[in-house]
Ligand binder design. Sequence first.
Ligand SMILES: NC(=O)c1ccc[n+]([C@@H]2O[C@H](COP(=O)([O-])OP(=O)(O)OC[C@H]3O[C@@H](n4cnc5c(N)ncnc54)[C@H](OP(=O)(O)O)[C@@H]3O)[C@@H](O)[C@H]2O)c1
Length: 327
Amino acid sequence: MDERTFERSGQHASVIGLGTWQLGADWGDVDDKQALAVLEAAAESGVTFFDTADVYGDGRSEQTIASFVSGRPDLHVLIATKMGRRVEQIPENYVLDNFRAWTDRSRRNLGVDRLDLVQLHCPPTAVYSRDEVFDALDTLVEEERVAAYGVSVETCAEALAAIARPNVASVQIILNPFRMKPLREVVPAAREAGVGIIARVPLASGLLSGKYTKDTVFPENDHRTFNRHGEAFDQGETFSGVDYATGVEAAAEFAALAPEGYTPAQLALRWIAGLPGVTTVIPGARSPEQARANAVAARLPELSRQTLDAIDDLYARRIRDHVESRW
Ligand SMILES: NC(=O)c1ccc[n+]([C@@H]2O[C@H](COP(=O)([O-])OP(=O)(O)OC[C@H]3O[C@@H](n4cnc5c(N)ncnc54)[C@H](OP(=O)(O)O)[C@@H]3O)[C@@H](O)[C@H]2O)c1
């Protein structure tokens, strides 16, 4: 699979990566055997970028990745983790001592001396304007606890603030055919500055696969049940913040745009991967079949002008007004 480079850190990632929130918690039950099979399927398909977080299953996702890579010394995978959501979300918590403790825990969980890439995990907006936060992150690099750092953001304004910080290597942001706002300013600014873009929630939590109906019921321990209206964390993280009924209708229209040989999910992933400035796209997979199908999207032919225009038109008609002013 093609790899792209995070210019500021010189690190590489496959254009389709793997999100591993599912291997921790919050997506119904995924047992250890299934989690390892997902990682195996992704790696075999050429995926060289795993995204995780200290909070996914409170370390379970990181530990599963560690157990997967430990038996494979020839495997070269860039592992990006995140920190900052195991404590209260207040700016005062984003200090060097906490960063050291949080990265120590992730280093233990992942079984490494130095983390490849650590991302602030959607910190409060005020954090982006504090110089001392970024000085502390620089210290983590100097202390060789982390090779590079980035941020996972909620809003476009936060992304632009992060890109303006000289040593931020990556910005992780929700970007998919139902979340196009980052294309206007954020992706061009990141490209110009050499900051990598990690496109998360690329399937709008699965909506863009076109497989759900208005009657679909998700498990109780799945955020698609318990965070529909932002009850547990930012509403944008569930179905990209699109109201479920609106999303199901728009997804049916999106699915009909899939060219022959593409599933709707692959159409979404291919569309994102084709955007100049995107470094890697990180679909979450709950099964090896999903992981393999998602990796295939990297090899599908470029989309036609007609398909691209139809996706833009669908977004403008059905989605834009629901999400643009909020994130
Ligand atoms: N704040 C943050 O930093 C943050 C927040 C959210 C996510 N993330 C990261 O981004 C990653 C991706 O986002 P996400 O997992 O939330 O959402 P996503 O990738 O948009 O959706 C994942 C869901 O899509 C469905 N799916 C996946 N592959 C499929 C395929 N080939 N065909 C049909 N359906 C498929 C599965 O749904 P079913 O379970 O219904 O099969 C899967 O659970 C996460 O794993 C995590 O690493 C980060």
